[in-house]
Write a protein that binds this ligand. Structure first.
Ligand SMILES: [Mn+2]
Length: 338
C-alpha cells in the first residue's frame, strides 16, 4: 500500500488538485493533517479539506464531482452500510473522471466491503489494530517536512481513539479532543485547526483552550443534572433516566465521565428526538462487562438495535418503549452488576 501511494505521487504533477475528506474527530483531523502535510512536502500540493460523517460521505463525494480533484484521500471514515450504495456510485463517478482515491481507515465495516473498492480502482490502506492516525504516522509522517511534529499529531489521534497511552501527550490530546466536542466547534474551527498544524506546526492555540473550557463547563453542568436522575445505584452499576433532559450530543461523554469517576458500569437512557429512546453505556476498566453484547441482546427482544464496542455501546428503541427499556436494564444490571 505504501508502494501504491508512491505510484500515485509519481503520476501527479504540482498543478494537480488534491482533496482530503476526514472524520471530524481528533483521529480524523490528526490523520488528515499528516496526509495534507505529506502531499505538500512531496508534491507542493495544497489539499482541500472536507469533513464528513460516515452517513453523509456520499454528499461530500458528490460535491467534489462538480470539479473532481486529481487525487482524493479519505480518512477515518467507516463505511456506512445504509448509504453504501450512494457512496459506491459517487466513488465510481469520481474514478471514471480520473480521480485517484486512497481510503485510509480502521473501521471493520470498511474492510468488509474492501473487495468492492478494489474493483473500482480505489486503494485501501487499512489497519485492524490501530486508528487512522496509526497509518498516518507510519506511512505519511515520514514524508512530511517535519516528521517529528507530525508523529506527535498522529499520536494525539491514536490517544483519542484509545489505541495508545502516551503520558507526555495525553494532556494536550485531551484538551484538543475536548475542544472538538464543544458545541461551537463547527467545520470552520476544525479546518483552521488542521491548517495551524500543517502550516504553523503548533499543537495548540488559545482558541483550542477556550473551546476546551467551554466544553468542560457545559459537561460539568450536564453531569450535575444527570446525577440527580439516578434510578438504580448498584455495587458495580449505575442506571440513569435522563429522558427529560437535553443532552446536546454529550450523552456518551457524560456516561464515560461518571463511569470512570464511580468505577461503575454507567448507562444513561435519554431521548435524542421525538421518536427514540436511547441507552448509552460506558464500562470502566475496573469492571468486566461486555456492553455491546449485553445491550444488543436486550434490545433485540424489544425490537431495537444498536452498536459500538465492548466498553462503549449504545442501543435505541422506539420512544414509547422507553419504560420497558429501563426496566429491562434494571433487571440486567441487578443480575450482573448488583
Ligand atoms: Mn478513528
Amino acid at each position: 500500500m505504501v508502494y501504491r501511494f508512491e505510484c500515485l505521487l509519481e503520476m501527479m504533477s504540482t498543478d494537480s488538485r488534491a482533496a482530503v475528506i476526514a472524520h471530524g474527530d481528533l483521529d480524523g483531523l490528526a490523520s488528515a493533517a499528516t496526509l495534507i502535510a505529506a502531499l505538500k512536502r512531496v508534491k507542493g500540493l495544497r489539499a482541500e479539506l472536507l469533513i464528513a460523517q460516515p452517513y453523509n460521505l456520499y454528499t461530500k463525494l458528490t460535491e467534489l464531482a462538480v470539479k473532481p480533484p486529481h487525487v482524493l484521500l479519505i480518512t477515518d471514515l467507516g463505511i456506512d452500510e445504509a448509504t453504501w450504495g450512494s457512496t459506491r456510485d459517487a466513488l465510481t463517478r469520481l474514478v471514471s473522471r480520473g480521480c485517484r482515491i486512497t481510503w485510509v481507515d480502521h473501521h471493520v465495516s470498511t474492510s468488509k466491503l474492501a473487495p468492492e473498492f478494489l474493483v473500482k480502482g480505489v486503494s485501501i490502506l487499512y489497519t485492524s489494530s490501530g486508528s487512522a492516525s496509526t497509518l498516518a504516522r507510519e506511512v505519511f509522517a515520514p514524508l512530511t517536512e517535519n516528521p517529528e511534529f507530525f508523529i506527535k499529531i498522529a499520536r494525539m489521534g491514536e490517544i483519542a481513539d484509545g489505541v495508545t497511552v502516551d503520558d507526555e501527550l495525553a494532556i494536550v490530546a485531551d484538551r484538543v479532543a475536548a475542544a472538538l466536542s464543544a458545541p461551537s466547534a463547527k467545520e470552520p474551527f476544525k479546518r483552521k485547526l488542521v491548517k495551524m498544524w500543517v502550516e504553523e506546526q503548533r499543537l495548540i492555540d488559545d482558541e483550542v483552550a477556550i473551546k476546551a473550557e467551554e466544553f468542560e463547563r457545559l459537561l460539568a453542568r450536564k453531569i450535575a443534572h444527570v446525577k440527580e436522575r439516578v434510578v438504580a445505584d448498584l455495587e458495580k452499576g449505575l442506571i440513569i433516566d435522563a429522558r427529560d433532559l437535553k443532552l446536546s450530543g454529550l450523552a456518551g461523554h457524560i456516561a464515560s465521565r461518571i463511569a470512570n469517576e464511580k468505577k461503575k458500569v454507567t448507562v444513561i437512557v435519554f431521548s435524542p428526538n421525538e421518536r427514540e429512546a436511547v441507552a448509552t453505556c460506558r464500562v470502566p476498566n475496573t469492571v468486566e462487562f461486555n456492553a455491546l453484547q449485553e445491550l444488543s441482546s436486550l434490545v433485540s427482544k424489544l425490537g431495537g438495535g444498536g452498536g459500538g464496542l465492548s466498553r462503549a455501546a449504545a442501543v435505541r428503541v422506539p420512544r414509547e418503549m422507553g419504560d420497558l427499556l429501563l426496566n429491562s436494564l434494571c433487571e440486567l444490571f441487578r443480575a450482573k452488576l448488583g
